[in-house]
Design a protein around this ligand. Structure first.
Ligand code: CA
Length: 658
């Protein structure tokens, strides 16, 4: 028996949901939830007392029946009966100036499953469905004297049909790597591997994770809404009976300090687990679910300005922490018309506070504002790059931020965090909150994946959480994989969050001499494999509102003038993002719109040439193309040719359509 009650629209409005067309209450029946358009469906069963959900798209099962539930120190919610449920049509309608799109406005369905344990304890499971996303979280009421809980484990699982393959990056051991600073989401990806394959370290995989369900469709798993009230989670290794499980941080993280069990006050909720599905990859690349379901943690009175930045450390490295080199990079930013310079590790020892005041004064006199680097540590690694012991200490942190605001510094880059425990999530939030008091934007490196932070924190402007540009300088293998990663991250790491990669190189050799012989005639530096056109494509493929580009002062004279001019012009914020075509790690053609101009970026990582039909792009995006591609003398620019571009491996193209 199903009783459906329809309510008329009411006048309540929240920031998230501007319309409330229909409220349906279903009683005494397991519900079936349909996303807007009804291609996405979430169904439930409770055989044996365990509640399971499954996700299908166009009638094809993409996530097989998988467990829901969790256990806390106060109550066991691993067996659940659905008592009643409600669904409600809403709209995700908001403006956000720092992600892949600026105005989000699409229909959604919100549902609540009111559940009860065999002991009579209550728990709600909230669902949020868009046309291609299903997100859920657990909400625990204060139904007894208990006012706070620790979550011991989640049953939440993700089971896939046989033959499913994954695009995955492992969670590392804790307290390994550079100065014992891992895990830091800086591991290699494995592409299209069987999901039953064990992870490299045996600790499962970090979010996001992408899956190809045979020829049936695609699934992207991630989480969002993680703040000081929970830990960051990951996927366990795959269990053929249960699937992937939500796993909590490892006890060794943060040098063993802080609990692995998240705790929160009641009533309270877990973060959202997000499932994005599609028959093709466009919904994966275009999803905004990480931002749809979260709310700002605080409002700001500051007007933050995004844009491009120079930084000496990426190619000229530690030796560039001196006055002449920093002036050279400030002048580079000024010459490029870029608003920022990032002054990286070691500035405190080289300049001190007084010297830095003078340097910031010089930068501002030529129209360039400053980001300053800090280590987060602390008592959780052995980092010696300085300054240290400031960002982890609220007293020192606030004093330093007052000083920065006083001399006109506009942002900070904080590096080398201690992992995924709730203790570390609190530190991120405290830094963001204090920094906003002083008008400082925050970039995080050596860091976890940001989970909805672009909408939650108004001064958050990007995290690393990837094997980023420094690795291209450190090791040839990363240069050899550069086009593969550029064809991968827009589907995966960068689709759920801003990615502060710090790339776009125009040096052929990635060191200060750029191929000029050094002592004894030796030529040094890793060798860039990509064309200049491919690097211009990367400036658009990788999304982050602050772009620290890796060009060097010599590129003003030794790189093609058209490339330099393009990097003066290319935006760092986007109104719309569309996947034209691609396959993760093989090739991609991606279009991003800024104002009325479309920037279409293509890159090929395969031996088979990639065909790009510029005429077809002109008609799809409505305008005339200016094409940056590779000719026989290097980078060339011009109008669309009659024939399609044919891009060999490691080549790319950038097509501006206006
Ligand atoms: Ca790093």
């Amino acid at each position: 028996m199903q009783i459906i009650i329809h309510f008329l629209p009411d006048s309540r409005k929240s920031r998230n949901f501007t319309s409330m067309k229909l409220l349906t209450i279903l009683l005494a029946l397991l519900p079936v939830l349909n996303g807007p358009g009804a291609r996405l469906q979430v169904s439930f069963d409770d055989a044996g007392g365990a509640l399971r959900y499954a996700v299908s798209y166009d009638g094809r099962t993409l996530v097989e029946p998988s467990r829901l539930g969790l256990q806390t120190n106060d109550a066991d919610y691993s067996l659940l009966e659905v008592v009643s449920s409600e669904t409600q049509e809403v709209r995700d309608n908001y403006v956000l100036d720092r992600i892949k799109a600026s105005r989000i406005d699409h229909p959604a369905v919100r549902a609540v499953l009111h559940c009860k344990t065999p002991q009579g304890r209550l728990l709600d499971i909230e669902w949020h469905l868009t046309a291609n996303d299903a997100a859920f979280r657990y909400c625990i009421p204060r139904d007894t004297e208990t006012g706070s809980i620790r979550v011991l484990q989640e049953q939440s699982a993700f089971r896939f049909p046989e033959g499913t393959t994954g695009f995955l990056t492992p969670q590392s051991d804790a307290m390994i790597g550079w100065k014992r600073s891992k895990p830091s989401y800086e591991e290699f990806y494995k592409l299209d591997v069987p999901i039953t394959e064990r992870s490299q370290y045996g600790h499962g995989f970090t979010f996001p994770c992408l899956f190809r369900v045979g020829g049936e469709g695609w699934v992207l798993l991630s989480e969002t809404g993680v703040d000081s009230r929970y830990c960051a989670s990951r996927l366990s290794d795959y269990d053929t009976a249960e699937g992937y499980r939500i796993a909590f941080p490892m006890p060794e993280e943060n040098n063993g300090n802080g609990t692995v069990e998240p705790a929160f006050a009641l009533p309270g909720a877990t973060p959202w687990r997000t499932i994005t599905v599609g028959s093709d990859l466009a919904p994966i690349v275009e999803t905004t679910i990480p931002f749809d379901v979260v709310e700002p943690r605080f409002e700001t009175s500051r007007g933050y300005r995004y844009g491009k930045s120079s930084w000496s450390w990426i190619v000229w490295q530690d030796a560039s922490m001196n006055r002449d080199d920093q002036i050279a990079y400030i002048d580079l930013a000024a010459e490029m018309g870029w608003p920022y310079i990032l002054i990286d590790a070691g500035w405190d020892k080289e300049f001190g506070h007084e010297g830095m005041e003078e340097l910031v004064r010089y930068a501002r006199s030529v129209g360039v504002d400053v980001f300053l680097w800090f280590s987060s540590s602390g008592w959780w690694n052995d980092i010696t790059q300085s300054p240290v012991d400031i960002m982890c200490d609220p007293i020192a942190r606030k004093a330093e931020m007052r000083w920065m605001e006083g001399i006109g510094v506009k942002g900070i880059k904080v590096d080398f965090f201690g992992g995924d425990k709730q203790e570390t999530m609190r530190l991120y939030e405290h830094i963001l909150s204090d920094a906003d008091d002083h008008g400082l934007m925050c970039i995080f490196h050596g860091a976890t994946l940001p989970r909805g932070w672009e909408r939650m924190y108004p001064n958050f402007v990007g995290s690393e959480a990837v094997l980023a540009s420094e690795n291209l300088v450190f090791g040839q293998v990363h240069c050899d994989l550069e086009s593969q990663n550029a064809a991968l991250h827009p589907f995966l790491r960068n689709t759920v969050a801003s990615m502060e990669f710090g790339g776009v190189f125009l040096n052929r050799r990635l060191d200060r001499r750029n191929g000029a012989p050094g002592r004894g005639g030796r030529i040094s530096g890793t060798i860039r494999r990509t064309t200049d056109a491919a690097e211009l494509a990367i400036s658009v493929l990788y999304q982050n509102p602050i772009q620290n580009f890796a060009i060097t002062p010599n590129n003003l004279t030794d790189a093609p003038a058209a490339a330099i001019d393009f990097l003066r012009e290319v935006p760092t914020t986007w109104d719309e993002t569309r996947l034209v075509e691609g396959y993760p790690g093989r090739h991609i053609v991606l279009a991003r719109r800024h104002g009325r101009t479309w920037y279409v970026a293509a890159i090929n990582a395969e031996e088979t040439p990639l065909k790009v039909d510029v005429r077809a792009l002109e008609s799809r995006f409505g305008g005339t193309a200016l094409v940056y591609s590779t000719g026989k003398d290097g980078l060339q620019t011009g109008p669309a040719a009659k024939k399609a571009l044919s891009l060999p491996k490691d080549d790319g193209a950038l097509i501006v359509i206006r």
